[in-house]
Every structure is written in structure tokens, then in C-alpha cells.
Design a binder for this molecule. Structure first.
Ligand SMILES: *[C@@H]1O[C@H](CO)[C@@H](O)[C@H](O)[C@H]1NC(C)=O
Ligand SMILES: *[C@@H]1O[C@H](CO)[C@@H](O)[C@H](O)[C@H]1NC(C)=O
Ligand SMILES: *[C@@H]1O[C@H](CO)[C@@H](O)[C@H](O)[C@H]1NC(C)=O
Length: 364
């Protein structure tokens, strides 16, 4: 379909409201960018997994088994790493990544794309078709998914990936996002240590953002669907490694701390992430989150933070101050007031900033 016609259809579909106009612009941009075909290249860690990759490639060729993609993706081409050759346009050091990876269940099958609307959509839409632990990574994501359907464009220089796993215990499911966050911060710590670099103090802003020097450098998104005793989970991470604009990134802070030192690469961070994640995920499953809670609370920004809760009682608005202490067993914030009463704080779901619009429930 010629581009002009498509834009016209979009124009007809949206109403005149300002918000809609913004969406319209964004869509139009996505469509222009997405004119070419989408390339996905499959890489595997071992020869056994390579065989799996080969059979997946053949399977996806069959139109009735093709990978499910978003409307932004046009024709999708799936290739094997060995098909594209060493001089290809693959802008990801797969050799370095695979060599650094020791995890036995995660990250061993990797789908790389130069440009994709959303890694999260790709893995969640194709959950059935992909082996558990498969990761999808892209250099440039133009319709990334955030919390509560926020959409953002990600510049080059970000580590953007999503992977899949299954869980049985629904009580542990809400805690998974914390384990993913912790795996990111622990992976960075480990890498800085291994490479003799200064420690980057990446912190968790509850529930799922990553901050460095007071600025957001990343975020985590976990979604799941449930069927016959299993939660199929897609976990996604976006981390700004190399792009200083508009705020900051890991390597800019490293450069400030020690000029001309070596830098962190997406490949090393991704491998280190899975190495840590596998370890922490097993702790979550076998021992429970309480074993990790101490480390989590050392890594987040909130211990001792005071929050003002606004409640409507009999039509009157009453403010009270509580102090954040940790997490409750269901993964919400644990807080106490001056009288030492304990509360669980839940986001009210309406505010963009979680710390505005918290709802409290008194704990016994
Ligand atoms: C393509 O998929 C369909 C449905 O799964 C199957 O019946 C058919 O045999 C497949 N064709 C090839 C060439 O594998
Ligand atoms: C979860 O994944 C399994 C395959 O591992 C699949 O059989 C099942 O249908 C999936 N459930 C949902 C709700 O997607
Ligand atoms: C860093 O490298 C640049 C270019 O090689 C050099 O001009 C500069 O002096 C170096 N800075 C430090 C602090 O070593």
C-alpha cells in the first residue's frame, strides 16, 4: 500500500483531540521507519542449541508457523547467525556475549534484530514457539512497552531485551520483577569488579526503575499469562549503557569517575545479567524472596523514605506521614507510622509517579 494512503487512513481513524494527534504523529513516524523488512538473527550457545535454532528457522519459514509480529513489522526474515556471515550488519558481539555466558537455562538462544517495534511483544506473542530462556534483543526499539501502556522510542546505545520463563507459584510471581532488577544491579557490580572499574551505584526505584546519580537509566517490565498451572512470563529490561542524551548513561558516569577507562558493553552486561539472574531466580524459587530482601533493600532508594499518604475519610482529605521500611510478603511497600503501626502501601494505579497516590492498608 502506498504510504500516502496509509497515512490518510490513520488520519480518518483518529479524532481531533490533541492526544490523538500525538498518537497519530507517532504512528506515522513508526510506519515510515518500518517500510523495510524486519530481520531477526538466531544465535545459539552450544551445538545442541544450534540444532534447535536450525529447526526453529525452518519452522518460522512455514507461513502458518511464522513468528507473530506487531502491525509495525512488515515482512519478517529469520536467519541463522551462520547464514549472515561475520561481515554482516550484526551490530552485537555475539562471540563476546556467548563466551561470557555461563547460565545454563537463560540467554542461550538469542534473537537479535537491528530494529524492532518491541522485544517484549515479540517474545510474549511467540511464547509457545520459543524455548524457555530465549532472549530477544534489538539495537533500536520504536514501540517499547512500559508500565501501564506507556510507549517510548529507545535511542541507539541502550541494552534492550526481553526473555521468557515459566513460574508455578503465583505468590512468587509479583516478586520476580524485583529479582530481575536485582540481577541487573548485581550484574553491573560484578562486571565493574571483574574489569577493575569504579563501582557504578545503580539503584532500584521501586517498583521497577533503575537510577544512577538521581537520573533514570533503565526500567524493568514483567508480564504474564496463566494457563493450566503455569504462568508464562515475559521479562524485559531497558538499560541506557551508552547514550548520554537526554539524561545520562552508565558509560558517561564511568567516564566522569575515571576518564579514559574501559567501558561496559551491552554484550558483557547481558551475559552477566543472565549469570546473576539464574542464581537469584533459583534462590527465589527454592528459598524465597526473604533471602534476597536484605540485598534488595540495600540496592533500592527507599529505606527510611518518608511518604505522605492522602486519604479521603467522610469526604475530607486527611494527610498522614509514614516511613518506608521494606517490602511485605506480597511485594508491596511496608511502612510504619509514628505510633509504630504497620501498613502495606499499594499504588492506586492512577498516578504515573508511584510515590504519589499510594493507598495504605493497616497490617495486624
Ligand atoms: C506448515 O505448517 C502446517 C501447520 O502446522 C503443517 O501442516 C505443514 O505440514 C507445514 N508445512 C511444512 C512445509 O512444514
Ligand atoms: C504457556 O506456555 C505453554 C508452552 O510452554 C503453552 O502450552 C501454553 O498455552 C501457554 N499459556 C498461555 C496462556 O499462553
Ligand atoms: C584521555 O585521552 C585523551 C585522548 O587520547 C587525552 O587527550 C586525555 O589527556 C586523556 N585524559 C586523561 C585524564 O588521561
Amino acid at each position: 500500500m502506498p504510504l500516502a494512503v496509509r497515512i490518510h487512513l490513520f488520519a480518518a481513524a483518529v479524532t481531533a483531540a490533541t492526544v490523538a494527534a500525538v498518537i497519530h504523529l507517532r504512528r506515522r513516524r513508526s510506519h515510515i521507519k518500518a517500510m523495510g523488512s524486519t530481520l531477526l538473527v538466531l544465535f545459539a550457545k552450544s551445538t545442541e542449541e544450534l540444532k534447535l535454532a536450525q529447526s526453529l528457522k525452518l519452522k518460522f519459514k512455514n507461513t502458518s508457523d511464522a513468528l507473530k509480529v506487531s502491525e509495525e513489522e512488515k515482512e519478517v526474515k529469520v536467519q541463522l547467525g551462520s547464514d549472515v556471515g561475520p561481515d554482516s550488519q550484526v551490530n552485537f558481539g555475539v562471540g563476546l556475549y556467548m563466551d561470557s555466558l555461563v547460565a545454563s537455562r537463560f540467554g542461550r538462544l538469542l534473537l537479535w534484530s537491528p530494529r524492532l517495534s518491541s522485544t517484549h511483544d515479540l517474545v510474549s506473542k511467540n511464547f509457545h514457539e520459543l524455548p524457555l530462556g530465549t532472549v530477544c534483543i534489538t539495537d533500536n526499539q520504536f514501540k517499547g512497552r512500559g508500565r501501564s501502556k506507556n510507549v517510548w522510542d529507545s535511542p541507539l546505545g541502550c541494552l534492550l531485551f526481553s526473555f521468557i520463563l515459566q513460574m508455578e507459584d503465583g505468590r512468587k510471581l509479583p516478586l520476580l520483577q524485583y529479582v530481575v532488577s536485582l540481577a541487573v544491579t548485581e550484574a553491573i557490580k560484578q562486571l565493574c569488579q571483574d574489569k577493575g572499574l569504579p563501582q557504578l551505584d545503580v539503584r532500584i526505584k521501586w517498583p521497577n526503575d533503575l537510577y544512577l546519580e538521581g537520573l533514570k537509566v533503565g526500567g524493568i517490565l514483567c508480564t504474564s499469562s496463566y494457563q493450566s498451572k503455569f504462568f508464562n512470563v515475559s521479562a524485559g529490561v531497558g538499560l541506557n549503557v551508552d547514550n548520554e542524551k537526554p539524561t545520562t548513561c552508565l558509560n558517561a558516569v564511568l567516564e566522569k569517575m575515571r576518564p579514559n577507562s574501559s567501558k561496559l558493553t551491552r554484550e558483557e552486561i547481558l551475559a552477566s545479567f543472565f549469570n546473576k539472574f539464574e542464581e537469584l531466580f533459583d534462590i527465589l524459587l527454592n528459598e524465597g524472596f526473604n533471602v534476597l530482601e536484605d540485598l534488595y533493600c540495600k540496592t533500592w532508594l527507599h529505606s527510611g523514605q518518608k511518604v505522605v499518604i492522602e486519604e479521603k475519610i467522610d469526604g475530607r482529605s486527611i494527610q498522614s506521614e509514614v516511613t518506608i521500611k521494606g517490602l511485605t510478603s506480597s511485594g508491596y511497600l511496608l511502612a510504619t507510622d509514628k505510633q509504630k503501626n504497620s501498613y502495606e502501601l499499594n499504588p492506586d494505579g492512577n498516578s504515573f509517579d508511584f510515590f504519589k497516590g499510594l493507598v495504605r492498608r493497616k497490617l495486624e
